[in-house]
Write a protein that binds this ligand. Structure first.
Ligand SMILES: NC(=O)c1ccc[n+]([C@@H]2O[C@H](COP(=O)([O-])OP(=O)(O)OC[C@H]3O[C@@H](n4cnc5c(N)ncnc54)[C@H](O)[C@@H]3O)[C@@H](O)[C@H]2O)c1
Length: 357
């Protein structure tokens, strides 16, 4: 594996499933980062993960990891309600942050984090790793550079009823600990809220990445036989039309993708279950040459690419490729607006929402 001379020294906070499936490996494989430290309150989990991944340092207390002057950045890989406070602590300690999606669970805490991030002079990137899917990144560039004005965008994220059958085969068995820290109550009990936050955060971010800022939404929710289906009308800030479909779970294969209609071209995209590490199939038709353009994204380790993106920004000042803190706030606003509209049936403006999903 080729490593660059200067490596971003990353500490992963949390040794739970997402760290095990994605972040440890991502830091170790990244060309410009290293897995410098890992931290979890669960001592047995730290010992098992350290034996496998060989970080230079291990910590049971977050404060001690943050006090390490060698540490450059933290990946916050903990349960959603902890994201904001733990990111704030990292910024206060002068560390750069990659925080898992969603940025937080309510608008106010996310706004507070955003204002701290702006004055901290440190990079804060949200773990919307789909922005690093080479197919989606290609679509984004085409839309920005060639397509001209946006007319309309449709995007869908329909989890498969066979998701866990597939992921159980694709992922290693996660190591668990009785000592892991969990939030009060079980956030997964409220399925409607949990699905919107955990899956909706991907859908909304992809819509924003490709279509730009959302101004208002009007959403309907159907709930039958344990399945949840949100159909969301979107009004983009530039007046374009949008339509989002979040369905958990469809009785078929994983179904995620997008269609974008523009002035000088269109885009069709099909995205795979992330754990296949396969780039989205994207076709961009350009009226300039009358041809479809189809990239082949050879390296689609989105989690590695997002760490590399963070490291490029911190070490070399490369513009942030991932979602920044304001985009994290906007995604949370969009999800809160969808939740409010589901209840009221009315259009809800993102700028006016308060509270949580
Ligand atoms: N981007 C993606 O594709 C993707 C996929 C799955 C999960 N996620 C996100 O990843 C996050 C984590 O998910 P998970 O299932 O691994 O969570 P988890 O709660 O199972 O594990 C988190 C670990 O962090 C530790 N922890 C929490 N607070 C701590 C603290 N203050 N100090 C030290 N250790 C602490 C816990 O002990 C636990 O072991 C969630 O926000 C989830 O939305 C993202």
């Amino acid at each position: 594996m080729n490593k660059e001379d200067r490596l971003l020294r990353v500490g992963v906070l949390g040794c739970g499933p997402i760290a095990q499936f994605a972040h440890f490996d991502a830091c170790r494989k990244a060309r410009n980062a290293e897995l410098y430290a890992l931290c979890d309150v669960a001592e047995d989990l730290v010992a098992r993960m350290a034996a496998i991944h060989q970080p230079r340092r291990t910590f049971l207390r977050y404060e001690e990891m943050l006090a390490d002057p060698e540490l450059d950045a933290v990946i916050v890989a903990t349960s959603d309600p902890f994201h904001v406070a733990l990111s704030q602590q990292a910024l206060a300690a002068g560390k750069h942050v990659l925080v898992e999606k969603p940025l937080g669970v309510n608008v106010e805490e996310c706004e507070a984090l955003a204002s701290q991030a702006r004055s901290a002079g440190r990079v804060l990137q949200v773990g919307n790793m789909k922005r690093f899917d080479p197919g989606i990144a290609f679509a984004h560039r085409f839309i920005r550079e060639e397509m001209g004005q946006l007319l309309a965008l449709k995007a869908w994220y329909c989890d498969s009823t066979y998701r866990y059958t597939m992921t159980d085969n694709l992922q290693p068995l996660p190591e668990r600990s009785q000592g892991s820290r969990k939030p009060e109550g079980d956030p997964k009990q409220d399925r409607e809220r949990y699905f919107l936050l955990t899956h909706g955060s991907h859908l909304v971010d992809t819509a924003r990445f490709l279509g730009g800022p959302l101004r208002a939404v009007r959403a309907r929710l159907a709930q039958k036989f344990g399945a949840y289906c949100w159909f969301v009308e979107v009004n983009f800030a530039d007046g374009s039309l949008g339509q989002l479909d979040l369905t958990i779970a469809v009785r078929m294969d994983f179904h995620e993708g997008f269609q974008v209609y523009g002035e000088r071209g269109s885009v069709l995209g099909k995205t795979y279950l992330p754990w296949f590490f396969k780039s989205s199939d994207v076709e961009c038709f350009s009226t300039k040459d009358g041809q479809y353009h189809r990239p082949l994204g050879a390296d689609a380790h989105f989690y590695k690419l997002q760490v590399e993106g963070l490291a490029d920004t911190v070490l070399h000042g490369t513009p942030l490729q991932g979602a920044g803190v304001d985009e994290g706030v906007a995604a949370v606003r969009a999800m809160v607006a969808i939740a409010r509209s589901t209840t009221s049936g009315d259009w809800v403006k993102l700028a006016e929402v308060k509270g949580g999903v």
